[in-house]
Design a protein around this ligand. Structure first.
Ligand SMILES: *[C@@H]1O[C@H](CO)[C@@H](O)[C@H](O)[C@H]1NC(C)=O
Ligand SMILES: *[C@@H]1O[C@H](CO)[C@@H](O)[C@H](O)[C@H]1NC(C)=O
Ligand SMILES: *[C@@H]1O[C@H](CO)[C@@H](O)[C@H](O)[C@H]1NC(C)=O
Ligand SMILES: [Zn+2]
Length: 576
């Protein structure tokens, strides 16, 4: 009998044992990531200074001559009482803003309440109004210019917004103190706008007032800009201000912009106080899909009504989340690398630390860091495009088939992605469902699938104006160095003199979008940064919610920061 060719092979060729061992070893190494793990374990964690240099503290020259004003801001009881009064008064002026408002000339009555706020500012800061040039842009946008003596220095822009989100009527009873009272309870100041962000606006004006009272004359022009519909995307306020500033000063004409944003908090990984200016913002796009199918009586329904079909689409969308991605373009990676480079208490486990330091170029290490970031619900989407099905609607009557149904999905676009690729991906999934049900698809004005059948049509459109991810603020320049240096000076020399480690300034992603979306053309050096200490990055401040409040010590820290920063960068040596 002739054996099968297979049998012969087995008997005639003996594979030596050592070869088998090597194959097994290699399989273990590569098949189980052991090789990747070893590579990380054997790497060094020491050469990390280059990834995130630690800058020396930077104090303005005036501080060395006379530190009394900044100490007054931080510690003087009379100064504090005066400051509480100013912020409380600002909270008392109702500047609630709703979505989708008409432009000012089309509906002046909608915006008239901002007159009261302007009046309050004029009465509270008369010296600013008599010394700075005030321009009203689109009626209620406020731009202040404090002209510097040296035209060669690019102006610095400090910004905040006058408006606040509405207080929902049915939550009024839940507030500990009424939202428009500006109550101070000995530690916190309560009210709508207390932390988002009349605190920033008032701190900026208080700082300028202090400097004017001391006869300060800046070399570098100082601009202040306060929009009035930030909570409705700034389409009426900051958008007009951005245009005005670009027309007046030109593209890339500013030294830096500081807008509302995160400040200082205790970082979970290292247990140290870290400053986290927002240096990037994710993109934004709402996509709406409508499905129109023939109506009819519900006693003779098709197998799937338009509601059923749209539900299938919803199911498919949620089953297919975007993949996470983390590159050196993402401030989140820089953030972790700063922590890993300066883990002064040695709290980060060695393997995690080494993975973070290698994550910019080592694929496996990168995947480990992504896992770390995504373990936490609050940080998960810093490295991933999010999709949330926020609106579904359709159906009118119990005995009638629904003819029109709609679904809206909100996306926050990852730093590494863009609006177009989200739009395309969305349509692919609609087409997938459409094909199953013999439906046509119209996407963004074009017929992309025509079944020549009249069983129905999907229509996909972008709802409200989309926003690309913001240009990332550079970290390797003198402007960043000064921001980090002044932060160290204020918080190490003045606020926490007993601290036994340096305060690291790490870049971060701002999760929402601020008015700076309208200021991209003015400078690359945009910081969403309100440096004061709060217990965690989410803070204790209940932004947009019941009992919005601000630890008042934070307000004083913020003012001290502005006071020192304006002076510290008021010199040619702070230029890029
Ligand atoms: C402020 O200045 C005084 C007088 O020069 C000095 O004694 C003091 O140490 C300074 N305080 C701080 C916090 O720098
Ligand atoms: C889809 O519609 C076309 C045109 O009416 C028809 O010829 C085709 O059979 C339909 N396909 C399915 C799967 O129902
Ligand atoms: C920024 O500049 C570009 C190119 O000139 C222009 O198209 C765009 O409208 C400007 N953006 C803003 C927000 O003004
Ligand atoms: Zn805000």
């Amino acid at each position: 009998m002739i054996g099968l060719p297979l049998d012969e092979k087995i008997t005639s060729r003996r594979v030596p044992h050592f070869v088998v061992s090597i194959v097994i070893l290699l399989t273990i190494l590569f098949g189980t990531n052991l090789f990747n793990i070893l590579r990380i374990e054997l790497s060094s964690s020491s050469s990390s200074e280059a990834l995130c240099p630690l800058f020396e503290p930077i104090a303005p020259v005036s501080y060395l001559k006379d530190n009394s004003t900044v100490l007054t801001i931080l510690h003087d009881e009379d100064y504090k009482q005066g400051s509480i009064k100013k912020l409380s008064g600002a909270i008392q002026v109702d500047t609630q803003i709703f979505d989708n408002q008409p432009n000012v000339p089309d509906a002046p009555e909608v915006w008239a309440k901002f007159k009261n706020f302007h009046k309050y500012l004029e009465e509270t800061f008369p010296i600013i109004y008599s010394n700075l040039e005030v321009t009203k842009v689109n009626t209620y946008g406020l731009v202040y210019l404090w002209k510097g003596s040296n035209e060669d220095l690019k102006p610095l822009l400090l910004t905040a917004h006058q408006d606040v989100v509405p207080v929902q009527k049915d939550t009024l009873d839940d507030w500990t103190y009424p939202p428009f009272e500006g109550h101070y309870d000995g530690k916190f100041i309560y009210g709508r706008g207390a932390s988002d962000c009349k605190n920033v606006l008032i701190a900026i004006l208080e700082t300028v007032e202090l400097l004017l009272n001391q006869n300060y004359h800046p070399q570098r022009s100082l601009l202040l800009a306060f929009g009035f519909d930030e909570e409705a995307s700034g389409v009426v306020g900051a958008s007009a201000i951005g245009k005005y500033l670009e027309e007046t000063y030109g593209k890339d004409s500013l030294y830096a912009i500081i807008d509302e944003g995160p400040g200082l908090a205790i970082d979970d990984l290292t247990g140290t106080i870290v400053a986290t200016p927002g240096t990037g913002e994710k993109g934004y796009v709402d996509i709406e899909v409508q499905l129109t199918t023939p109506g009819g009586h519900s006693s003779i329904p098709p197998d799937h009504t338009s509601i059923g079909i749209l539900s299938e689409l919803a199911y498919i969308i949620e089953k297919d989340p975007y993949s996470p991605i983390l590159t050196t373009k993402n401030p989140t990676l820089s953030y972790y690398q700063c922590l890993a480079s300066h883990d002064s208490k040695n709290k980060i486990p060695s393997f995690t630390k080494k993975s973070i330091l290698r994550a910019g170029y080592d694929k496996f290490a990168n995947s480990k860091v992504i896992q770390l970031v995504q373990k936490n619900r609050f940080t998960k989407y810093l490295v991933q495009t999010s999709q949330a099905i926020d609106i579904i609607g359709g159906g009118e009557k119990a005995n009638a088939l629904p003819e029109h149904v709609r679904l809206l999905v909100n996306h926050r676009v990852a730093i590494e992605s863009n609006v177009d690729s989200v739009k395309q991906h969305f349509v692919e999934r609609v087409i997938q469902v459409a094909k199953r049900h013999n439906l046509s698809v119209k996407a963004y004005g074009e017929l992309v699938l025509d079944t020549k059948d009249n069983s129905g049509v999907f229509e996909v459109n972008v709802f409200s104006s989309p926003l690309e991810t913001a240009p990332t603020t550079p970290l390797n320049d003198n402007v960043w160095k000064h921001l980090a240096g002044v932060t160290r000076h204020v918080f190490e020399d003045l606020v926490y003199p007993d601290l036994d480690y340096p305060i690291i300034t790490s870049p971060s992603i701002m999760t929402g979008n601020t008015d700076t979306r309208h200021y991209w053309n003015l400078t690359r050096n945009i910081f969403r940064y309100s440096p004061f200490f709060d217990v965690s990055f989410l803070g204790s401040s209940n932004v947009h919610s019941v009992d919005e409040k601000l630890p008042f010590a934070g307000h004083l820290q913020l003012t001290a920061f502005f006071y020192e920063y304006i002076q510290a960068v008021d010199t040619e040596s702070a230029n890029n």
